[in-house]
Ligand binder design. Structure first.
Ligand code: URA
Length: 215
């Protein structure tokens, strides 16, 4: 493996990613070794949903369940997100769901012990960015919902602060394209909140902003 400065998914992408299909991208991403996270993860967890979706939801990285099942947001955070989307009136069939980083990063005290999520480094996020750029180029969503700080930093830069911009509509150039984004908190933070109901309603209220953009 190259030095940390050289981590990149670039050589693993299809030759002309913008002309590829999501299926071809997913297949190529399954073999990605652009940073060391592939070594301990079970598999690449690529985005899921239709290429015609109007809204793309971007999370941080797959969790334990996602790593085992190979699909994003199928664990507890995903279930909470599904409920919040339903309450906000966003049709799940009109969403494409993905993550800034496509492999699960974790620590584990001993084999067979629980795997504890570890936040990806900036280098790992940067290495993985070509996959997200290719997904954006293919799906061309009308709106990106940014789920939490890591996704925000991956898309909008390291000074991103979710508390400052959540529930607002941003217009920014992302990977050379004008995009509309609504940032909100990561659904896992709702699961950890002292007042879960208030945190859940905060997430729903931000998603309603997204729903209004899409209407
Ligand atoms: N958290 C994320 O950010 N993404 C997932 O896919 C699951 C949990």
């Amino acid at each position: 493996m190259a030095s940390e400065d050289d981590y990149t998914a670039e050589p693993f992408l299809p030759e002309d990613p913008e002309k590829a299909t999501l299926t071809a991208l997913r297949r190529a991403a399954a073999g990605c070794q652009g940073c060391p996270l592939y070594r301990d993860a079970t598999q690449t967890v690529f985005g899921a949903g239709k290429a015609t979706a109007h809204v793309m939801l971007v999370g941080e990285q797959p969790g334990d369940q996602e790593d085992r099942q190979g699909r994003p947001f199928v664990g507890p955070a995903g279930k909470l997100l599904d409920r919040a989307l339903a309450e906000a009136g966003i049709d799940p069939d009109d969403t494409y769901v993905t993550n800034a980083v496509k492999h699960f990063k974790f620590t584990q005290a001993e084999p067979k012990k629980r795997r504890i999520h570890k936040a990806p480094s900036l280098r790992e996020m940067t290495a993985c960015a070509p996959w997200l750029a290719a997904e954006l180029a293919l799906v061309e969503p009308e709106l990106i919902v940014v789920l939490g700080a890591t996704a925000g930093k991956a898309l909008l830069g390291s000074s991103f602060k979710v508390t400052q911009v959540r529930g607002t509509v941003l217009e920014e150039e992302i990977h050379g394209r004008p995009e509309r984004l609504v940032p909100t908190v990561h659904p896992s933070s709702v699961l950890r909140a002292d007042d879960r109901e208030a945190a859940f309603q905060g997430l729903v209220s931000d998603l309603k902003v997204a729903a209004r953009v899409l209407a």
